[in-house]
Design a protein around this ligand. Structure first.
Ligand code: PLP
Length: 447
């Protein structure tokens, strides 16, 4: 008997269209779209020499239509700020309040008293003046954008003086010297990798000097025989030479937030030295929406507002609204989901982990103490006490895959041939979901 040609057995497009429609109950797929999806499905089968449509084929083709965009994931990596997992978790109440304000039309760029056009950052700036006692403020897409904007607006056409110990790479090919190139400012390096003194900056001053830049080395540490110029020393020098001082703080921990002790300076400490511009990230230790927040002197902020790059880097109305609501909550509620995770007691993690292990006896989960990390380019080495669950009863790859592709997806990691769930980054309200996901994955990984 001749083997059937599997190609010949691929269902006709009309049948596949039916498959697709049945896989999307509640969605009205336009005919052309359903046909396109059916052709994709057929191409998949043809490529793999198959003729049976599986659940996973349908999921691959119409999954994004059924559930568009990023999905909720249970982060069991133990890394609190994980860029792959969207960095700081957003506070639902804050987002909902913001959404209510800006879902329809808003006064984003209009002063309602005068009826005149205003800048979209005034809403944030008004709050920042009140809360941080700064002259002015603005915000852009992220801190990387803020650094590029500031270097272009303040440093552009002149020289930017930086310590050799602070020429950072943030990751994702964001290297300070490259950004300076892009911003049209000439990098003038001073000091050495481990030691920079105030005189090094002073000696570098010429008539072309546009600014002094100081960067918080948030993702590495230089230890041992070191000397760093403090922000207070640098702002004093700046005032003496009439040169603006820019501080790229990066991580941005606020004193207002209830947070465990970490070897990280506060935004408020840096503000005391009155740098002309202070930059920090909205979604690192500040624990909120992605943004590059810039606080500082009126003249310098005004320069940023008027810069052509501002038009490219500006935040959308929803981010601005969330940032405003979040700022108020930071000083009133003093907590956000990220700070709550970071403040969880080890005993509480232990109780929850034991409960989860007991609820899924089929996985024979071990509970043990370990560490979690703040992560996200902020305090990468800063370990937090944590509790983990590990599984030795199933092949770690299979379990990791089953959990990642489950609903909701669960992300853990594999260490020493074991699959591990680290509780430091799991919210208590996710425990029940995690138990259900583990039961389902145990079943899927064994079959
Ligand atoms: C992380 C970081 C940035 C970039 O912040 P994003 O908000 O991720 O763009 C800039 N500077 C420093 C010092 C940082 O640590």
């Amino acid at each position: 008997m001749k083997d059937p040609d599997p190609r010949a057995a691929i269902p006709p497009v009309n049948d596949l269209v039916e498959h697709i429609r049945r896989a999307c109950p509640g969605l009205t797929l336009p005919h052309e779209l359903a046909v396109r999806a059916a052709r994709l499905l057929a191409a998949r089968l043809r490529k793999e020499n198959r003729f049976q449509v599986t659940e996973s084929d349908l999921e691959a083709v119409v999954g994004p239509l059924r559930k568009p965009g990023p999905a909720h994931v249970i982060n069991a990596t133990g890394i609190l700020l994980h860029t792959n997992q969207g960095r700081a978790p957003l506070d639902r109440e804050t987002v909902m309040a913001a959404l209510d304000d800006v879902a329809g039309y808003t006064n984003l760029e209009m002063n309602l008293k005068t009826g005149k056009r205003g800048h979209r950052d005034v809403h944030f700036a008004t709050l920042a003046r009140l809360i941080w006692d700064v002259e002015d403020a603005t915000l852009v897409n992220n801190a990387a954008a803020a650094v590029a904007l500031v270097l272009s607006a303040v440093g552009g056409g002149g020289e930017t003086v930086v310590s050799r110990g602070e020429l950072i790479e943030i990751g994702g090919s964001f290297r300070l010297p490259d950004i300076m190139n892009l911003a049209g400012t000439t990098l003038v390096e001073v000091g050495t990798t481990n030691k920079t003194k105030p005189d090094d900056y002073a000696d570098a001053v010429t008539e072309r000097t546009a600014c002094f830049l100081k960067t918080h080395t948030s993702n590495y540490r230089i230890e041992g025989f070191t000397r760093e110029v403090t922000i207070a020393e640098l702002t004093a020098l700046g005032r003496k030479h009439k040169i603006p001082v820019i501080m790229d703080l990066g991580s941005g921990l606020s004193q207002s937030l209830e947070f465990p002790e970490v070897p990280e300076p506060f935004i408020e400490d840096y503000l005391k030295a009155r740098p002309d511009l202070l930059i920090f990230s909205g979604d690192k230790l500040f624990g909120g929406v992605q943004a590059g927040i810039i606080l500082g002197a009126k003249a310098a902020i005004q320069k940023l507002r008027k810069h052509p790059m501002m038009r490219m880097l500006r935040c959308d109305k929803l981010s601005i609204s969330i940032a405003c609501h979040q700022l108020v909550r930071t000083v009133t509620v003093k907590q956000n989901p990220f700070s709550r995770l970071a403040s969880t007691e080890i005993a509480e993690l232990e109780t929850r982990a034991e409960k989860i292990a007991a609820a899924v006896p089929e996985l024979a989960l071990d509970v043990f103490r370990d560490q979690g990390y703040i992560g996200g380019g902020s305090l990468p080495q800063e370990a937090r006490p944590s509790v983990c669950l590990s599984c030795a009863s199933i092949k770690p790859d299979a379990l990791a895959f089953a959990l990642r592709t489950g609903n909701p997806p669960v992300v853990g990691y594999i260490r020493e041939e074991r699959f591990i769930l680290n509780m430091a980054s799991v919210f208590p309200e996710e425990d029940e979901m995690l138990i259900e996901a583990l039961k389902a994955a145990s079943h899927a990984a064994r079959s």
